[in-house]
Design a protein around this ligand. Sequence first.
Ligand SMILES: C[S@@+](CC[C@H](N)C(=O)[O-])C[C@H]1O[C@@H](n2cnc3c(N)ncnc32)[C@H](O)[C@@H]1O
Length: 217
Amino acid sequence: MENNSQYARKDYWDERFKTETNFEWIASFDAFQALILPLLKPEFRILHIGCGSSDLSVRLYEMGFENITNVDYSEVLINSMKLSHPEMTWVVDDIRSLSSLDPESYDVVIEKATIEALLVNEKSPWCPSDEALKMLDSVFDAAQRVLKSNGTFVSISFTQPHFRVPALLRSEDWEVEVQEFGETFHYFFYTCKLGKCSSDEIKLRYSTIASDWLRVV
Ligand SMILES: C[S@@+](CC[C@H](N)C(=O)[O-])C[C@H]1O[C@@H](n2cnc3c(N)ncnc32)[C@H](O)[C@@H]1O
């Protein structure tokens, strides 16, 4: 029987993308465009990690942001997207390493619902496993390596701030901010600006709640 643990398996995604050409996890572009557009300039190099079959990159491209690289570890997806959207760059890579991408080469890295997929086997959001903490560090390290020194990491998520902010605060090299969106079910738009420090207020507030996400492994 299928359960959520399938979302952490590459073979599941490969099978799914044999037929799926568009599916939007969490929220559609329209729901958060007012939050993302102020962070972008047409000349920016944008990297969308764990892109899936979301139309986020297509929508940005249509608005004039034409320098977009999309990464997913499913070759099935990337091969099909290369054919349907040759106007953008499509790369097979793991978001925990991004080893095929050059350092300091993107202005913005965007992640939507993929960290959630990688955390799907966690037993409790209050007590992250060592594997979960290592995974987060590897995703954030990889994003920071490919970002330019003043670049921005965006995470769009359904995870509540008291679990996600401490996770993002594992890195002291960026300034974490939270915005909320959605009309009935609420989602969160996390902005992390490299080369800046998070405010004492956010550090104090979130280092006492679900502080296991800050635990060093
Ligand atoms: C829940 S879907 C989200 C897709 C898209 N971001 C969206 O919001 O609709 C997760 C996607 O991340 C990809 N993925 C999962 N783990 C990955 C990893 N370690 N490296 C690269 N891609 C991964 C899957 O193949 C899938 O396309």
